[in-house]
Design a protein around this ligand. Structure first.
Ligand code: GLN
Length: 480
């Protein structure tokens, strides 16, 4: 049952092979038996109520494709009446009084939320080892990281603890864990999905998206999540197409760009050979391959690790122990309240980023760091603009290595190197995907697709066509 996709389960519900209540119980049971630590909160009671409501809709003939499907919601989306922690001690006591727009949209599809998925604290991390609630394990090998920051979401889908999950991607957090856990993850164009009620990390980079077994499921979930929202001034007034409509288009004549900078030093040979084998598969399907250059992608890491900390230092300043969230015991004055609440509740990585951001934004340093980073960001976007005059899609690796051992990467700068191939798409605001493309060392390898602005339909089409020819996306880890 847990191997089935949204499309298959929706058919089963429609044909009354099982009810949503049965399906939900089945998944809750799997979650309760799992030791992956993929969830921060399991919402059993709420899930059963939603499942019953979904069954009533199905009985009344008033259901859609997502009615009654159980999913995991990253714990960064505000959910009314349910704890929303963002993986932090700071928000361990925070029960959101309102729904994020994404939560609201998913509720109106009559989905069943099984719980809130574990994540790196405030989405800062590449390995899901920065959660206040403990590390998440990779279902393919429990001594390995699942990737971050949406590691709970990825592990949950890969291990069959939910049919799909939501994620957010500021610098790779949907694509990278999807790659390391062998699932399909999509980060849409910046502005495609509302950020309202999604706890902000770096506002000019954050974007939500679906994490699913297949590209077809991804299209279905994106249909539900996307759209303009007047509550988010950065959400775009661009029409939402039916993302399932073009999945079956032929990709014959497609021009694929391979950036030479994505295949240089630092990329594991085993990852490179899976990626190249996937590209060969596309050639068999009638695509042509061309080398392109993204010369400024060399600056993606330094640029991102200025922009993101600057924005986070500003966003996280609201968490001061006064209004909501953690407050220290017996503060002796206001300064002590701020200082101790924040020192006691934020983890090391979050503190590091706040300090870097506050420093880079301070008078005298702003021009040297933030302004410079904004300029470099432009150059990175321009490289893509140029490349997309020559090719339809860019392909490459998602992560330079397969999933590494839990606890093995100790210094922050080495950890940041894991983001080398994903950050550029966020800096430019472009859509990107990770699709299962092979195995190395018995661990999944993902292929990254990067498209031009608003080309989600095309990316999903390309990914779906690949999944019709290959079976990497159907592989399942041994029972957990
Ligand atoms: N690993 C990157 C970081 O730590 C990206 C995280 C994300 O996309 N949320 O900032």
């Amino acid at each position: 049952m847990h191997k089935k996709t949204i499309v298959e389960l929706a058919q089963g519900l429609k044909d009354r092979e099982f009810s949503s209540v049965e399906l939900t119980k089945y998944y809750l049971d799997r979650i309760n038996k799992s030791d992956l630590n993929a969830f921060i909160t399991v919402t059993d009671d709420l899930a059963m109520i939603q499942a019953q409501a979904a069954d009533d809709k199905i009985a009344a003939g008033d259901s859609g494709i997502l009615t009654g499907i159980p999913y995991a919601h990253k714990d960064i989306f505000c959910t009314k009446g349910v704890k929303t922690s963002a993986g932090s001690k700071m928000l361990d006591n925070f029960v959101s009084p309102y729904d994020a727009t994404v939560s609201h949209k998913l509720n109106s599809e009559d989905l069943v939320m099984l719980g809130k998925a574990n994540m790196d604290e405030f989405a800062m991390g590449s390995s899901n080892e920065n959660s206040y609630y403990g590390e998440v394990k990779n279902p393919w090998n429990k001594t390995k990281i699942p990737g971050g920051s949406s590691g709970g979401s990825a592990a949950s889908v890969a291990a069959g603890l939910s049919v799909f999950a939501t994620g957010t991607d500021t610098g790779g957090s949907i694509r990278q864990p999807s790659s390391l856990c062998g699932i399909t993850g999509l980060k849409p164009t910046y502005g495609r999905i509302s950020r309202y009620g999604m706890i902000a990390y770096a506002s000019s980079l954050d974007q939500a998206g679906p994490m699913t077994k297949t590209a077809q499921d991804s299209a279905i979930v994106l249909n539900a999540m996307a759209g303009f929202d007047e509550k988010d001034s950065t959400s775009a007034q661009v029409d939402v197409p039916d993302y399932t409509a073009n999945l079956n288009n032929s990709i014959e004549g497609l021009t694929i760009g391979l950036p030479k900078e994505f295949f240089s030093e630092g990329l594991d040979d085993v990852v490179a050979s899976s990626v190249m084998a996937a590209v060969k598969e596309f050639e068999k399907m009638g695509a042509t391959v061309k080398e392109v250059s993204l010369p400024n992608s060399a600056y993606a890491i330094p640029t991102y690790y200025i922009v993101a900390p600057c924005e986070c230092s500003s966003n996280l300043s609201r968490l001061d122990g006064v209004r909501y969230g953690y407050r220290c015991e017996d503060p002796k004055d206001l300064e002590d309240l701020y200082l101790r609440s924040r020192s006691e509740a934020f983890g090391d990585e979050v503190k590091r980023r706040i300090m870097i951001g506050a420093y880079a934004l301070s008078a005298g340093y702003y021009d040297a760091y933030y302004l410079k980073a904004q300029k470099t960001r432009h150059l990175i976007s321009d490289d893509f603009k140029k490349a997309f005059t020559e090719v339809d899609v860019i392909m490459g690796p998602v992560s330079p290595t397969t999933a590494f051992d839990l606890g093995s990467v100790k210094d922050p700068v080495s950890m940041y190197l894991a983001d080398i191939y994903t950050l550029s798409a966020n800096l430019a605001g472009l859509p990107g995907m990770s699709i299962p493309a092979g195995f190395a060392q018995n661990l999944p390898v993902g292929l990254q697709l990067i498209g031009d602005y608003w080309s989600e339909s095309k990316l999903l089409n390309i990914a779906h066509q690949f999944q019709l020819q290959t079976d990497w996306h159907t592989k399942e880890p041994q029972e957990n």
